[in-house]
Design a protein around this ligand. Structure first.
Ligand code: EPU
Length: 423
């Protein structure tokens, strides 16, 4: 197991490229199961989550190759059973369910287990697929969905107690592309990653309108075709580096970003006192750190609100921002594992009932800390950049799930980091 040692205090400067979106790539890779023809997907980040998805596709019988960011997948003849050993490693593997069901009329997928950021049920995915005509059975930890006579379009409301579901919307949208008739998804997730998937599916020949809004309409088609697609930039990776630059930077430039997708994150960082300038095209930004900063109040919300996937990193930034900040996570109220570790570094944070109250301190100090999930580990790296001394972050595999070349990118910006093998 690797560790990251971060020697705090370096000033970040210079420019890096932001990778393609992990959370757009995962369902897009799964969507290749909808056709037997060749699909070519560019800017797929080389992170362990996309590798798991590629391994799942291969295990299902697909012919998949990856070389320098481009994945070619041909799912000519695929099985309907996703292997437990691979599926259990990544919750997002649930998004093979919709495409397999639509293509094969049957699929068997393991029920995802609990997760450190919260309960994460799949009831809404199943509600949607059931409405399309799937019969659902649970046995031995597996979910079996069958639709012997094919799927039929339906009107489905996907709102859950914590709002819309991203991968649930993806699953139902993918299944509905090959259903007979029209499907209407109300209370759909409007995240840019859902829109990117819809654009991918439409280039394959699907008829989807309204993606990116709360109401998606899908007119089923008989078959889909091979396609070439370039994945959108990773707004969470961009946001993470924006927060790093606000914490410890002096003019950090991020290329290959999308201004539109970063509005809520930009607003939060600017509200704390820093400045972010975009070029006219909105695909390059420079973060100007300010010394005169203040606490902010943040509430996570579905897109276009402030993303839960940027909650931990912002908490790290606010840990050394003067004043009091209040951060509420309405989507994953238990997603505060990073706070206990930040406190070991001297942060003053109280977490209660899905809300963190942060009193900004003047300085954090290095301590051995443990990553608990992907975004929590990013938060620890950010805090360590600013802390006095050398912080050792263990269980680095969490960060490798979703940040491509994180240590190389930090080194390019002048951070003092080293990856070491844990004994
Ligand atoms: N929910 C239900 N029932 C369901 C599905 C979800 O109650 O059937 C609840 C969840 O428990 C949560 C809320 O609905 O409270 C939203 O969850 P959602 O389904 O939208 O999460 P997801 O689709 O499983 C994706 C991202 C997550 C991100 C969430 C929320 C991918 C691969 N994952 O997960 O990303 O936090 O949307 O935006 O797209 C990450 O990248 O670090 C990450 C965890």
């Amino acid at each position: 197991m690797d560790k990251l040692v971060v020697h705090g205090g370096a000033t970040l400067r210079g420019a890096i490229n932001i990778s393609g979106s992990k959370n757009a790539s995962l369902p897009i890779l799964a969507a290749t199961l909808l056709t037997g023809e060749d699909c070519i997907i560019r800017r797929v980040p080389d992170v362990s989550d996309t590798n798991y998805m590629i391994q799942i596709l291969s295990a299902l019988g697909a012919d998949v190759e990856r070389s320098s960011g481009t994945v070619r997948a041909t799912c000519a003849d695929v099985s309907d059973q996703a292997p437990y050993e691979l599926v259990r490693r990544m919750r997002a593997s649930i998004c093979v369910m919709g495409p397999l069901l639509a293509r094969k009329g049957r699929c068997v997928v393991s029920l995802p287990g609990g997760c450190v950021i919260g309960d994460r049920p799949v009831d809404l995915h199943l509600r949607g697929l059931e409405a399309l005509g799937a019969k659902i059975e649970f046995e031995g930890g597996n979910i079996t969905l069958t639709a012997k006579d094919g799927l039929r379009g339906a009107e489905i409301d996907l709102r859950g107690t914590h709002g819309p579901t991203v991968l649930g919307t993806d699953n139902v949208m993918m299944a509905a592309t090959l259903a007979e008739g029209i499907t209407i998804i109300e209370s759909a997730a409007a995240e840019p990653e859902v829109l990117d998937l819809a654009n991918f599916l439409n280039s394959m020949g699907a008829k989807i309108t309204g993606a990116g809004t709360r109401r998606i309409v899908i007119e089923g088609v008989k078959e889909l075709h091979g396609v070439e697609h370039t994945v959108i930039p990773d707004r969470i990776e961009a946001g993470t580096f924006m927060a790093a630059a606000a914490l410890a930077g002096d003019g950090v430039t991020l290329r290959r970003v999308c201004r539109e997708h970063l509005k809520a994150i930009t607003a939060a960082i600017e509200q704390s006192g820093h400045r972010i300038d975009f070029n006219e095209a909105g695909d390059v930004c420079t973060v100007h750190r300010n010394e005169m900063t203040q606490g902010v109040n943040l509430v996570t919300a579905p897109y276009p609100g402030y993303p839960t996937d940027m909650q931990a990193q912002m908490t790290a930034l606010l840990a050394t921002t003067p004043g009091i900040s209040v951060i509420k996570d309405t989507i994953f109220p238990q997603r505060f594992m990073h706070c206990a570790e930040l406190k070991r570094m001297g942060a003053d944070i109280r977490v209660d009932n899905g809300t963190a109250v942060v009193h900004g301190v003047a300085q954090l100090s290095a301590a051995p800390v443990m990553a608990s999930d992907l975004r929590a580990s990013a938060a620890l790296v950010l805090a360590a950049l600013k802390a006095k001394g050398s912080t050792e972050i263990s269980r680095l595999y969490h960060i490798d799930r979703g940040y491509e070349l994180i240590d190389e990118k930090l080194l390019m910006l002048g951070a003092h980091v080293e990856r070491v093998k844990d004994r």
